[in-house]
Design a protein around this ligand. Structure first.
Ligand code: F3S
Length: 392
C-alpha cells in the first residue's frame, strides 16, 4: 500500500506511539483489503464505549492511549452509547464499581477529544456532511444508514479501526469507499401477499434480519417502495447489521443478480426466530436509540394513559433535551416511563437488574441482543400494539 512520507514517518514512530499504533492498524487493514492507499475522512464514529463490552482490557488500553502526551483525535469524532445514564446512573441501580469504570472510559475518550454524543444515531444530532463524503463509522446500524440513506461513504469499521481513523484522520481506501463497489450485488425480492404491506419498525426489522443473514455485499431490495420513514430505515439498517456483513442496501429492479425471495413464509419464520415470547414483563424502546420523531410518535400514542409495567426509553442526551423542550419527554415521563440517556439498550447492566423473565420491544436488533446478553425472552411487537396492550 502506498504511504506518503508523513504517513511513513508516523508508522516509523516519529510522531509518537499512539500514531504509530494507529497507522499499523490501518496498514494491516489495507493489506487485508488490497487497498492502494489511505484517504482523509471528515468524521469518525467510535464504538467500544460500554464497560460491559470492552471490560478492563479496553479501559486500560484507552487510558494508556489518552495519557500519551499530545494524543488527540484529528477529526470530528463521535462515540457510541455507553453502558449507563451518565447523570442518573445511581438512581438506576447501576453498581458503583461498574459506574466508576464506565466513567473512566468516558474520561479517556474525552481527553482524546470526542464530541460527547453517546449515540448510535449520530446523524440525528450532528450536521450530516455532503453526499460522497468519506467517514469512518464503527456502529453497524449507523454505517449501513450512512451508505444507504445519507449517501456518505464508510466501511463497517470495528472499534479499533475507527479509533485508528479518529487518531490519524484517515481510513483505508477500499470496499464501500470506491464507486464500483457500491453497485448492487445481491437481490432480495419482497413478494408478500397484497394485503401485507411492510409497515413500521417490526416489519422492516424482520426484513433486515432475514436479508442480513442470507444476502451478501450490497443488497438490492426489489418490490418495496424507496421511501421509508426514518424509523423504518433505522430498523432495517440495524437488523441487517445485527446478523450479516453487508454494509449497504438499495432499492431497485436490476436484473441478473443472485436473488432470494422474501415471502410470507420467510417473514413468519424470521419473526419466530427473533420473537420467542408472547408478552414481556417490561417494555424497552430505543435500539437504535430513539430519534426525536419517534419520541413525538410515542408521546402522541400515549393518549394520556399510564404504563402498566416498567417501560424504559433509550435516547441520547441531545435528543432528550430536544424532546424536553417540545414537551414530548414530559408526556412520556408522566405516563410512567423512565428515560435512560446516552446508553445502549442492550449493553447495559440495567436490563438484567430489572430481574424480569421477558421484555417486549419493537426492535429486531434489540431482541437479538437482549436474549443473548441478558438471558431474557423477548416479544417483538410494534409500538402501537405495545401501547394498546400495556397501558391503562
Ligand atoms: Fe444502539 Fe446499542 Fe442498539 S448501540 S443499535 S442501542 S445495540
Amino acid at each position: 500500500m502506498y504511504l506518503t512520507r508523513s504517513e511513513e514517518k508516523a508508522l516509523g514512530g516519529e510522531y509518537g506511539e499512539a500514531l504509530e499504533s494507529a497507522y499499523r492498524v490501518l496498514l494491516a487493514m489495507g493489506r487485508l483489503s488490497d487497498a492502494k492507499r489511505l484517504i482523509p475522512i471528515k468524521w469518525a464514529h467510535v464504538s467500544g464505549v460500554s464497560y460491559l463490552t470492552i471490560g478492563d482490557y479496553g479501559l486500560d488500553f484507552l487510558q494508556r492511549i489518552s495519557k500519551i502526551r499530545g494524543t488527540k483525535f484529528k477529526v470530528f469524532t463521535t462515540v457510541n452509547p455507553c453502558g449507563m445514564d451518565i447523570e442518573n446512573w445511581d438512581r438506576l441501580e447501576i453498581p458503583p464499581e461498574y459506574a466508576e469504570k464506565q466513567l473512566k472510559i468516558i474520561n479517556a475518550y474525552q481527553k482524546l477529544g470526542i464530541a460527547s454524543s453517546f449515540t448510535c444515531v449520530p446523524f440525528q444530532s450532528y450536521p450530516v456532511p455532503p453526499k460522497g463524503t468519506h467517514v469512518s463509522w464503527a456502529e453497524s446500524s449507523a454505517a449501513i444508514f450512512a451508505n444507504s440513506i445519507l449517501d456518505i461513504r464508510t466501511n463497517r469499521e470495528s472499534a479499533v479501526s475507527a479509533l485508528a481513523s479518529a487518531l490519524t484522520g484517515k481510513t483505508v481506501y477500499s470496499d464501500l469507499h470506491i464507486d464500483k463497489n457500491r453497485k448492487s450485488t445481491f437481490a432480495v425480492r419482497v413478494k408478500l401477499p397484497k394485503e401485507k404491506e411492510l409497515k413500521g419498525s417490526v416489519d422492516y426489522g424482520v426484513l433486515g434480519y432475514y436479508s442480513g443473514k442470507h444476502a451478501k455485499g450490497v443488497i438490492e431490495f426489489q418490490g418495496i417502495k424507496a421511501a421509508r420513514s426514518l424509523s423504518e430505515s433505522k430498523a432495517l439498517c440495524a437488523a441487517i447489521g445485527t446478523v450479516g456483513s453487508s454494509g449497504m442496501f438499495k432499492v431497485g429492479r436490476s436484473k441478473g443478480l443472485e436473488t432470494i425471495d422474501f415471502t410470507q413464509k420467510e417473514y413468519d419464520e424470521t419473526f419466530d426466530e427473533i420473537s420467542d415470547s408472547e408478552t414481556g414483563d417490561a417494555i424497552v424502546f430505543g435500539c437504535p436509540q430513539m430519534t426525536i420523531e419517534e419520541l413525538y410518535e410515542l408521546s402522541k400514542g400515549l393518549e394520556g394513559k399510564h404504563f402498566k409495567k416498567k417501560c424504559i426509553v433509550f435516547c441520547s442526551s441531545k435528543v432528550y433535551d430536544l424532546a424536553k423542550s417540545r414537551g414530548y419527554a414530559d408526556d412520556i415521563e408522566k405516563a410512567g416511563a423512565t428515560f435512560v440517556r446516552d446508553s445502549c439498550a442492550d449493553f447495559t447492566p440495567l436490563i438484567s437488574s430489572l430481574k424480569v423473565d421477558s421484555v417486549v420491544t419493537d426492535s429486531a436488533k434489540g431482541a437479538h441482543y437482549m436474549k443473548r446478553v441478558h438471558s431474557v425472552k423477548v416479544a417483538l411487537k410494534d409500538t402501537e400494539t405495545i401501547l394498546r396492550e400495556n397501558m391503562i
